[in-house]
Design a protein around this ligand. Structure first.
Ligand code: PHE
Length: 443
């Protein structure tokens, strides 16, 4: 759209809240808790923290630097610094965004359904049967459509009037809800058993490659890394923003919410002795055990459940917005479409793309694995190589808005050597083979 100036955030705070909104979502509550439960509790939490700090944070900063430096969405940003031949990587980011949003909105649709049902009729005590009934099929698709419509509505509203405004209101609300729920969970009789399970490490799992892969994949998913979401958000920033500081705040908030969500989920599960149910269904863990707990707790449970699903929906919405924004801003920059046209047309396409996931939770699980283990980790690998080796002047760009720091050189060295080595290792030895196994198991 030649001649139309690029949209900008109205305030730094607005940007930071929108970026936290992207990071904090189903990943922190739904994915984090089922992975932690599956992978030895604290052993997983420890590796996840490690992966976030050592690999996630440098890549997060790389995305911010690319976006702010180029003032463009992913495809154009990569071409700006690397020439035409890097465009396919940007295209891959857009495709990853489409794919993740297509199933992410299905899960968010479950949350909408549970939340509404909690208000009108409460929670079904036979939670597993209920989940099996509502998680796939026409109903699941209908709620997926509702959630996508909400997401499209916000994104069509624009960067500052849609995304920023929504995040300014919803993110503080989300914090308050999650902290309040954790305080309540602390009063439950099973709380200490829940904390023990969550926080006492099973050291036999600490050295497993499989746990390391899950922890790294989770770090990327949870920070929204490897597909240009934060890159796109940073492209609406001015040069006066301190990017390393923003990266620290975003990662810190993301870790904090995931951790606090664990303090909500595990006491609830143990208070009602439901730990055996957690392993029953991976993607369904949160949607079976917690509603069961809420149902058994009677009237209080119903109220707590409503608040819990409200938090989940808020987190999911602000993340879905960032996924759609990658796709929409790319269509605006590359085809000259209007925001409205891009949001509506592409939103409808993504809704349709989600149909298989809405009809079959195994397909949903497989798409989740492909997106995380291969696309996000692979995207992160390519990004770190790009900023470490190809992009000119990353250190100047990261310094703008700061008073300079000597560790910026070490940051680039991490991107050049340690991050690519680590990600290649995880991809080759576990992420790629295990994803293929999942795909084969579908047939
Ligand atoms: N970080 C989001 C979450 O934790 C998911 C997401 C992934 C959003 C990738 C944008 C890009 O729910």
């Amino acid at each position: 759209m030649a001649g139309v100036p690029r949209e900008q955030w109205t305030s730094k705070r607005g940007f930071v809240l929108a970026a936290i909104g992207s990071a904090v979502g189903l990943g922190n509550m739904w994915r984090f808790s089922y992975l932690a439960a599956e992978n030895g509790g604290a052993a997983f939490v420890f590796l996840y923290l490690l992966a976030t700090l050592v690999v996630g944070l440098p890549v997060l900063l790389a995305e911010l630097v690319l976006g702010r430096g180029s003032q463009k969405s992913p495809i154009q940003a990569l071409a700006h610094y690397g020439g035409q031949r890097w465009k396919p990587l940007g295209l891959l980011f857009v495709v990853t965004g489409l794919l993740i949003l297509s199933y992410y909105a299905v899960i968010a649709g479950w949350a909408v359904r549970y939340g509404l049902a909690a208000i009108t009729s409460g929670f079904d005590p036979d939670a597993a049967a209920h989940f099996a009934e509502v998680a796939s099929g026409a109903d699941a698709f209908a709620f997926h459509v509702v959630f996508m419509a909400l997401t499209i509505f916000v994104v069509v509203g624009g960067v500052s009037r849609g995304i920023e405004r929504t995040s300014m209101v919803l993110m503080p609300l989300l914090f308050a809800l999650v902290v309040g729920l954790a305080l309540y969970a602390a009063t439950l009789s099973g709380a200490s058993a829940g904390y023990a399970y969550y926080l006492a490490p099973d050291f036999s799992k600490l050295l497993s490659l499989n746990v390391l892969k899950d922890a790294t994949g989770q770090a990327f998913f949870s920070l929204s890394l490897g597909m240009g979401a934060l890159l796109t958000f940073a492209s609406y920033l001015g040069r006066d923003v301190n990017l390393p500081r923003a990266a620290g705040i975003i990662a810190g908030a993301d870790i904090a919410i995931a951790f606090i969500a664990g303090l909500v989920v595990f006491p609830l599960i143990f208070a009602l002795d439901l730990s055996a149910d957690v392993g029953a269904s991976t993607v369904g863990a949160l949607f079976i055990t917690l509603p069961k707990a809420f149902a058994e707790m009677g009237g209080v449970g119903r109220g707590i459940g409503i608040l819990f699903f409200a938090a989940l929906i808020v987190g999911a919405l602000t993340s879905a917005i960032s996924l759609l924004e990658v796709v929409v801003s790319s269509a605006i920059d590359n085809f000259g479409w209007s925001r409205r046209r891009a949001g509506i047309l592409l939103g409808i396409a993504i809704t349709a793309l989600g149909a298989p996931s809405a009809w079959n939770t195994d397909i949903l699980g497989a798409v989740d694995q492909i997106a995380n283990n291969i696309l996000l980790l692979g995207g992160g690998l390519a990004l770190s190589i790009f900023v470490g080796w190809v992009m000119a002047g990353p250190i100047e760009e990261v310094s703008a808005g700061t008073s300079g720091a000597s560790w910026f050189g070490s940051w680039r060295n991490l991107l050049r050597y340690a991050v690519p080595l680590f990600l290649s290792f995880v991809l080759i030895y576990d992420a790629i083979p295990s994803t293929f196994e999942t795909i084969l198991a579908l047939f």
